[in-house]
Design a protein around this ligand. Structure first.
Ligand code: ZN
Length: 196
């Protein structure tokens, strides 16, 4: 068990596609423990393995806000089965200290993954909940996609990144999400809770 150093935005490994886990070895179990130790230490909502320097398809989420409502969920080799709806999500990321901006997300996701025992499970999260948005955020990390790639206003995002001493948005990674953007504008509903 250990609190690990967070890989910061600008480090090339954050843009790599992570590898599938073939066996839930002792090493993978320790990686998951380290993810939780680091997540709780930094009061985050979610943390993906590439953020602690391990390019493996693993992430953890806990949207519980205090020890009484703790709800740790471990995702190994996750697959997104379905995504629907659109919502504005005001997000941050532990790899982008103190930088928050508005991004586009789906309202609902259905995901399949393995738990720490290697057992498959299916989870649905909807209504633009923190869990639904956190799953999309952490899943992206496994493909080298970062929350700023979904930003609704590139200039606003660049301003915030510059304020925090981080590199600007990289246009090579900006996602074309015209349909999502249109749907968000037609259904104004904004969640202001930061997601890590
Ligand atoms: Zn993140």
């Amino acid at each position: 068990m250990a609190i690990r150093k967070i890989v910061k935005y600008g480090t090339p490994s954050l843009r790599e596609k992570s590898k599938e886990v073939h066996k839930i070895s002792k090493k993978v179990q320790m990686l998951v423990e380290d993810l939780y130790d680091t997540l709780y230490e930094l009061n985050g909502v979610g943390l993906a393995a590439p953020q602690i320097g391990e390019n493996l398809r693993v992430f953890v989420i806990d949207v519980g806000t205090d020890p009484k409502t703790m709800n740790p969920i471990t995702f190994i080799n996750p697959k997104i089965l379905k995504k629907e709806g659109a919502i504005n999500s005001y997000e941050g990321c532990l790899s982008f200290p103190e930088a928050y901006t508005n991004v586009r997300r789906y309202k609902y996701v259905k995901v399949k993954a393995l738990n720490i025992k290697g057992k498959p499970f299916i989870l649905e999260a909807g209504e633009g909940s923190l869990l639904a948005r956190a799953i999309q955020h952490e899943f992206d990390h496994l493909d080298g996609v970062l929350f700023i790639d979904h930003c609704r206003n590139r200039f606003e995002a660049d301003r915030i990144l510059a304020e925090k001493g981080l590199p600007p948005v990289d246009s090579n990674y900006l996602l074309d999400e015209k349909d999502l953007e249109e749907e968000i504008q037609n259904n104004p509903q904004s969640e202001e809770k930061p997601v890590d």
